[in-house]
Design a protein around this ligand. Structure first.
Ligand code: COA
Length: 367
């Protein structure tokens, strides 16, 4: 039984995740995302995606240690990647740094932890370099979310913020045959190497219609400023033919279930005493955007997608806007790697067709 992108062409069978766009349900290897985020941290989610089972305590501890060691190894490479990390765009910096890894030089068994660790370490190093500060070395004793937050933000590994980031990493780890995952699978299907597949996927994630949306969502909330300005601001954007960031989805025809999961994580942060005025503003803007889009495009059923709440959550935990897309890559790397492995089990190259609508030669087809 499949739901994911039913209006699209089915290019693979997968055990990894399923998106039911009509009902607003995301299942990750047998777990509803709402339940998974309560049961599993990011390490456990990696274990689930890569093996099919949530790891037991011993396996979980080993995965956590392996990721910690891999972050330390990734950090040792950072100095050599100084030029890539000078890029003004975080996704370009990540692309440049990851592209310098060589799959052939990393033992096969370590490749997944190596890449999950590397993307977090490189993203954090880029953020610090951008602020004019030297990159901060990993603390391998911490969980992946807490250590990424410590390396990337100015707030250390504060437990409430780390839990919220962990909820984000779990929620964003995999999502059916989205554009970047498809890209990774296409590259893997040619029998190319894993580093090439994830670098290609990163290029796909970079676009504002995919992983580039949360930064512009925050910019939109800042531009609107207060709930009473939302209606006029949104009307002006739509009149100008621009899209409202964080709204609409290729598969969901209802609100993205991940938006509610992340909203709950922000609520918990507020429960722990952290302020997030943007949550109330975001809710007001979402109400107005849904109503305006519903009036203009009643047949499309445009609702909020995950990026709406992502922007609020990542801002509330103190990550700068320019790290939003790289942080998406930190989460999604886990899913890409699971899909790359799954794709390799099929020996078929992904080679979709196209409908030719160009000019025909004058010579008639030979009978
Ligand atoms: N704001 C305004 N109009 C939107 C819209 C949005 N966020 N999303 C879709 N539409 C409109 C399009 O303008 C288009 O109108 P048209 O038929 O007059 O050209 C129509 O709905 C269909 O758009 P299309 O791009 O074909 O739909 P899609 O389902 O393939 O698009 C997205 C999915 C995510 C690319 C799209 O909704 C979008 O660009 N959203 C904003 C970016 C975003 O939040 N991305 C993060 C995704 S998780």
């Amino acid at each position: 039984m499949t739901h994911d992108g039913l209006d699209g062409v089915v290019v693979a069978e997968t055990c990894l995740s399923d998106v039911d766009g009509e009902r607003g349900r995301l299942v990750i290897r047998g777990h509803d995302v709402e339940a998974l985020v309560e049961r599993a941290d990011f390490e456990a989610t990696c274990g689930l995606l890569w093996t099919g089972e949530l790891p037991g305590p011993a396996e979980h501890a080993e995965l956590r240690r392996a990721l910690g060691r891999a972050r330390v190894r990734a950090f040792a490479r950072v100095r050599g990647f100084a030029q890539a990390l000078q890029a003004s765009d975080g996704m370009e910096a990540l692309r440049g740094a990851l592209a310098q890894l060589r799959a052939s030089e990393i033992p096969e068994l370590e490749l997944r932890t190596e890449l999950v660790a590397a993307v977090a370490v490189f993203a954090a190093a880029w953020a610090r370099t951008r602020r004019g500060a030297p990159p901060l070395a990993p603390d391998p004793s911490l969980g992946h979310a807490a250590d990424y937050l410590r390396m990337a933000s100015a707030h250390g590994s504060d437990p409430a913020r780390s839990r919220a980031l962990d909820a984000y990493l779990v929620t964003a780890a995999d999502h059916g045959m989205n554009a970047s995952t498809f890209t990774a699978r296409v590259v893997a299907s040619t029998d190319s190497d894993t580093v090439s597949a994830v670098v290609a996927a990163l290029g796909s994630l970079k676009g504002p219609r995919h992983g580039g949306a949360p930064g512009p969502v925050l910019a939109m909330l800042d531009a609107i400023g207060a709930p009473e300005n939302a209606a006029a601001w949104i009307a002006a954007e739509l009149d100008a033919g621009r899209r409202i960031m964080g709204m609409g989805h290729r598969v969901y025809r209802v609100r993205d279930p991940r938006a509610a999961v992340l909203e709950r994580a922000v609520e918990r942060l507020r429960g722990a005493g952290l302020r997030s005025d943007r949550l109330d503003l975001a809710r007001a803007v979402e109400r107005v955007a849904v109503a305006s889009l519903g009036e203009r495009r009643p047949e499309r059923r445009l609702a909020a997608n995950v990026e709406f709440s992502t922007a609020v959550l990542l801002d509330a935990i103190g990550l700068p806007q320019e790290l939003f897309s790289p942080t998406f890559a930190v989460a999604r790397m886990a899913g890409w790697l699971a899909h790359i492995d799954e794709q390799r089990q099929s020996s078929r190259i992904i080679r979709p067709g196209s409908r030719y609508v160009g000019p025909l030669p004058e010579t008639p087809v030979a009978a």
